[in-house]
Design a protein around this ligand. Structure first.
Ligand SMILES: [Fe+2]
Ligand SMILES: [Fe+2]
Length: 169
């Protein structure tokens, strides 16, 4: 089914972006904020697992990747670098913003998949718990200060744009 293919493609691309975000944040954190390296590594390992889950289903069903996969990688890496350079709080504000946006999107997907595709429904459900954990941790560590509002907003809009774009590509 076309809609299920699209869901798989977007989620696959999103996890690829997430891997790149954490990789570049880790690169900076290893120099500037060593104390958060272990938690970032743990989150990166979740995103790799999520990526593999969707990658496996895509290949088993012979569904092509999103055409914009390298754009996601580049965008993710850039976002990771910029937020990490903006400071440790910005890393967690970024996590909170992305995961809130993604979780909103996953809710819609789960509703749809429940009626149309059990295997993919289970896959999305299995990543949801991790993403919630990431969001909650980001929210607890990030700052409520107004200085970070623009970062939250820009990351949210970029995430929404990337999701929208990938449903077209
Ligand atoms: Fe993920
Ligand atoms: Fe995540």
């Amino acid at each position: 089914m076309k809609e299920v293919d699209r869901i798989l493609r977007v989620d696959h691309a999103g996890e690829f972006a997430a891997i790149n975000i954490y990789r570049s944040q880790l690169f900076i954190a290893r120099h500037l904020y060593q104390d958060i390296v272990p938690i970032l590594e743990e989150m990166l390992s979740h995103e790799k697992k999520h990526f593999d889950t969707f990658d496996r289903i895509l290949s088993s069903r012979n569904i092509r990747h999103c055409y914009a996969l390298s754009f996601w990688a580049f965008g993710g890496a850039t976002l990771g670098f910029l937020t990490a350079l903006a400071g440790r709080n910005a890393i967690w504000v970024c996590t909170d913003s992305i995961e809130s946006t993604v979780l909103h999107h996953l809710e819609w997907q789960l509703d749809f998949l429940e009626k149309h595709d059990q295997e993919v429904h289970e896959a999305v459900l299995s990543i949801k718990v991790d993403e919630q954990e990431h969001r909650d941790f980001g929210r607890s560590q990030g700052s409520n200060s107004n200085i970070y509002r623009p970062i939250f907003w820009v990351v949210k809009k970029s995430t929404e744009f990337a999701i929208w774009l990938s449903t077209k590509l």
